[in-house]
Design a protein around this ligand. Structure first.
Ligand SMILES: O=C(O)c1ccccc1N[C@@H]1O[C@H](COP(=O)(O)O)[C@@H](O)[C@H]1O
Length: 208
């Protein structure tokens, strides 16, 4: 199973998280986020972090130009689109970046919104489900209604996000079987400052 830890801002924390067994590290490229890293910071982080893990840049309603420029300046292996990006935008980005993983995040207000995911099945490599929040785009700590996701079996890989923590991860994975999980605020001391004890506990919990 893929394990993505998002909101990395510090090299040593990123290295430690990769050593614990994360398969992907996420970097927030959304300027309004308290976890934001600038393109220069992102370049510096990626140069110093192990290239054995996927390096995912998280964008929300950014222009294609900004995303393409950021990818060309760094060695991101994937781009996560966490805003209201249309299927057409995803197709365009995939055409421009054929070797980069395109992840479309859907913020699920009600399970009816899962129907919306169908429009992306042929446009992106991976889907990600996050919880809806009225004023925040992500990193909210809010969980999804896992019970209701049991029937979500898209034809492409998908990651579960939204309020996952070392204490609730096994409950979530007992109810649903995503291809991967994505955690941010649930393994932090404060936004952008990862709590390595919580990350360690996460990997211990995943082994039980
Ligand atoms: O983390 C952020 O600040 C953020 C800002 C804008 C878009 C996405 C963001 N993070 C994503 O939020 C989810 C879940 O976070 P949490 O575990 O509930 O704290 C995750 O996919 C992050 O990539």
């Amino acid at each position: 199973m893929r394990i993505k830890i998002c909101g990395i801002t510090q090299i040593e924390q990123g290295k430690a998280i990769a050593d614990f067994g994360a398969t992907a590290l996420g970097f927030i490229c959304v300027p309004t986020s308290p976890r934001y890293v600038s393109p220069n910071q992102l370049k510096m982080l990626i140069e110093r972090l192990p290239n054995t893990v996927n390096q995912i840049g998280v964008f929300a309603n950014a222009s294609a130009d900004l995303i393409l420029q950021t990818v060309s300046q760094t060695h991101l292996t994937g781009v996560q689109l966490h805003g209201d990006e249309s299927p057409e935008f995803c197709v365009f980005l995939k055409q421009c970046l054929p070797n980069i993983e395109i992840i479309k995040a859907l913020r699920i207000k009600t399970t009816d919104a899962l129907v919306e995911s169908q429009a992306y099945f042929n446009c992106v490599d991976t889907l990600l489900l996050d919880a809806y929040h009225p004023s925040m785009l992500g990193g909210t700590g809010k969980t999804l209604d896992w019970d209701r996701l049991a029937s979500f079996t898209p034809p492409i890989p998908w990651l579960l996000a939204g309020g996952l923590t070392p204490d609730n991860i096994n409950e979530a994975l007992g109810l649903i079987s995503p291809d991967g999980i994505d955690l941010s605020s649930g393994v932090e001391r404060s936004p952008g400052d990862k709590d390595l004890a919580k990350v360690k506990k996460l990997f211990q919990q995943l082994e039980t």
